[in-house]
Design a protein around this ligand. Structure first.
Ligand code: ARG
Length: 263
């Protein structure tokens, strides 16, 4: 139940470029509010009994707050990120250096992958997104490195550019997802693997409600996702809403800000 997370304070947060459809560099962003909302999320994890490590934010990397993209960590093995867009390229080495300093065995990536944005541990296997950011070759690399089966899922909607914008791992055996973000074949795979899944609506997805962090029971999710929260509660989960309106302007939510460190 108690988890270890890595987060990055949004000290240098901004929407200076657009690499997903949510980002509008001409729209105002309240940087102080972003820090306040992130601080609330950080405190929330501590109050839920989780451990949170912090990585120093690097000037000039406005998206570094999205720690989930920094690496994938399973069984103490760290698979580095290699970003698709040059704007975020320097985040990969920054996160790897943090893990190295903290005594982890690190593996720089040979293929483009955006960490836990697209590679999610679900029980014994990994669910991995491709089609928009992470390339297919990274799925094979992750399977070989972690020695766990990787299930490839094709993302088809640019608004749901990372797997963690379209699917939440709720427990080792269940997920919530928005079918419209996936190809027909991947929808069929998800139905087969998770007959009991929580199915999110287009509205749940559009507020990035699926960008949520579950510890198996409590699910931290954007406060705008009110219908999804009710649905999760009806399935026995405890929704914990958090306001992330400023981070949403970069296309992010609670899960994007949270990298799980599985030592
Ligand atoms: N602006 C960032 C990007 O487009 C947001 C990343 C959100 N992170 C995530 N895990 N979905 O790359």
């Amino acid at each position: 139940m108690s988890r270890r997370y890595l987060m990055c304070r949004p000290t240098h947060f901004a929407v200076d470029y657009a690499i997903n459809p949510w980002m509008d560099p001409t729209a105002p962003v309240d940087a102080d509010l972003a820090v306040a909302q992130w601080t609330r999320l950080h405190e929330l994890y501590l109050s839920l009994g989780h451990t949170v490590d912090l990585i120093d934010p690097v000037p000039g990397l406005p998206d570094m707050v999205f720690a989930a993209n920094g690496a994938t960590v399973v069984d103490g093995v760290v698979y580095g990120a290699q970003f698709r867009h040059p704007e975020r390229a320097d985040e990969g080495p920054a996160y790897l250096a943090w893990f190295e300093r903290n005594g982890f065995q690190v593996h720089p990536a040979k293929s483009i992958n955006e960490g836990e944005g697209d590679i999610l541990l679900a029980g014994e296997h990994l669910l991995a997104g491709t089609g928009l950011r992470t390339e297919l070759a990274a799925h094979a690399e992750a399977q070989e490195l972690f020695g766990r089966p990787v299930i490839t899922l094709q993302l088809v909607d640019p608004r749901y550019y990372h797997l963690d914008t379209a699917l939440t791992v709720l427990s080792p055996t269940n997920v919530a997802y928005y079918p419209g973000a996936f190809s027909p074949g991947s929808q069929a795979v998800l139905r087969r693997l998770y007959p009991e899944a929580v199915i999110a609506t287009a509205d749940d997805a559009a507020v990035l409600g699926l960008n949520a962090v579950s510890d198996g029971h409590r699910v931290v999710l954007p406060s705008a996702a009110t219908r999804l929260a009710r649905e999760l509660a009806s399935k026995g989960f405890q929704p914990v809403p958090v306001d992330v309106s400023e981070l949403h302007k970069a296309g992010g939510g609670p899960k994007c800000c949270t990298l799980e460190v599985r030592a």
